[in-house]
Design a protein around this ligand. Structure first.
Ligand code: PHE
Length: 353
């Protein structure tokens, strides 16, 4: 009887060890454990029979059964470790991160380059004491031309190819403003109404429209106007403000020069050139070897303009300038074709500043 039981235990051990090493997953291993060492397992079953034996036999069988139990437990626990390790490895392999896979690029929106340049120009002119004033893009023809001393039928009216707006008969003729200079008129009229309050120091940024379309002209573009009026106001002041502006704007010690020119609303009038920001005046394609680039129109407010807006030209003086924002942006950002600003190709907008 005792021998039988011992024999049984030995064969159970051999059988169990074999199954343990054959287990391929920790689940399979667990069922082997339950089958042999569980409460109703095969080894426990044999031990339950112990109580029928005498003390001496119980001791013998008990010793062997403990031995079998501990051998099986050791086998199970080391096999479990191995299986769990390889199961974890497999799991990790499945989820692993491929650091060589191409990533997804997310682009953030940004301010259009023209708007960025416009804002920068505005803030520099604010430092120079000019506060922003705005006028409508659909403007009275009277403000856009007549009050600015463009005579009816004068060739100067054709200088700026104008979009006319259809209006009811008898209504004041309207145009899409061809320049920001009508804001000069509006500022002069408003200040005249307010007891001729001086000084006037404004800048007028905004959109303007002309019937033009090529690599350097667009039907819609932006200008910034400057206007300063006081009892005394000189071309020297104008020069100082523009000098300050262009140095700040291009972040270089650029020079400016005035060339005589003609505008109906200024006298004297000048074209303003800035020393070439690309070649430091050595001569390049952009400045056409001249070392200078035209950036603005300017001059002293014409007496006819003062008069048309209700001011006595003998009592006040003023200067004004107007510059094209796209042109400034092309120079500042090194953009070769004006049309790039309006086509809104993503590649250009992403790359531009
Ligand atoms: N309005 C002019 C233009 O569009 C520029 C200018 C503004 C010239 C102010 C002189 C004074 O060309």
């Amino acid at each position: 009887m005792v021998e039988n039981t011992i024999e049984k235990l030995r064969s159970l051990r051999a059988e169990a060890l074999q199954k343990i090493s054959a287990a391929k997953t920790s689940d399979q291993l667990e069922s082997v454990r339950v089958e042999y060492l569980g409460k109703k397992g095969k080894v426990s079953e044999v031990l339950a029979a112990l109580k029928d034996l005498d003390a001496d036999s119980r001791k013998k069988v008990g010793q062997i059964s403990n031995e079998v139990k501990s051998v099986l437990e050791d086998g199970i626990s080391s096999t479990r470790d191995q299986l769990q390790q390889s199961e974890m490895d497999a799991e990790l392999k499945k989820d692993s991160l491929d650091s060589t896979a191409p990533g997804i690029t997310y682009f953030r929106g940004k301010i259009h380059p023209i708007r960025q340049v416009l804002r920068e120009a505005i803030s520099i002119l604010e430092l120079a004491g000019l506060s922003a004033a705005y006028g409508p893009e659909v403007e009275f023809e009277d403000y856009c031309f007549d009050k600015l001393n463009f005579k009816p039928g004068h060739a100067a009216r054709d200088m700026q190819a104008t979009f006319f707006v259809k209006t009811d008969e008898g209504a004041k003729p309207l145009v899409l403003r061809t320049h920001t200079s009508p804001v000069q008129v509006r500022s002069l009229l408003t200040a005249a109404k307010n007891n001729f309050t001086l000084p006037i120091r404004i800048q007028a940024p905004g959109r303007v429209y002309r019937m033009d379309d090529d690599s350097t002209h667009a039907p819609m573009f932006h200008q910034i106007e400057g206007l300063a009026v006081d009892t005394s106001s000189t071309m020297g002041d104008l020069r100082a403000v523009l000098d300050f502006f262009f140095r700040k704007f291009f972040d270089q010690s650029v020079k400016i020069r005035f060339r005589p020119s003609y505008f109906p609303f200024t006298e004297p009038s000048a074209e303003v050139d800035v020393s070439c920001v690309f070649c430091a005046q050595k001569g390049c394609r952009v400045c056409k070897q001249s070392g200078w680039i035209e950036v603005a129109g300017a001059g002293m407010v014409h007496p006819e303009v003062f008069e048309a807006c209700g001011w006595d030209p003998k009592k006040v003086q003023g200067w004004a300038f107007g510059m094209g924002v796209e042109r400034l942006a092309m120079l500042k950002l090194g953009v070769p074709d004006l049309r790039l600003f309006f086509e809104n190709r993503m590649s250009f907008l992403r790359g531009a500043r």
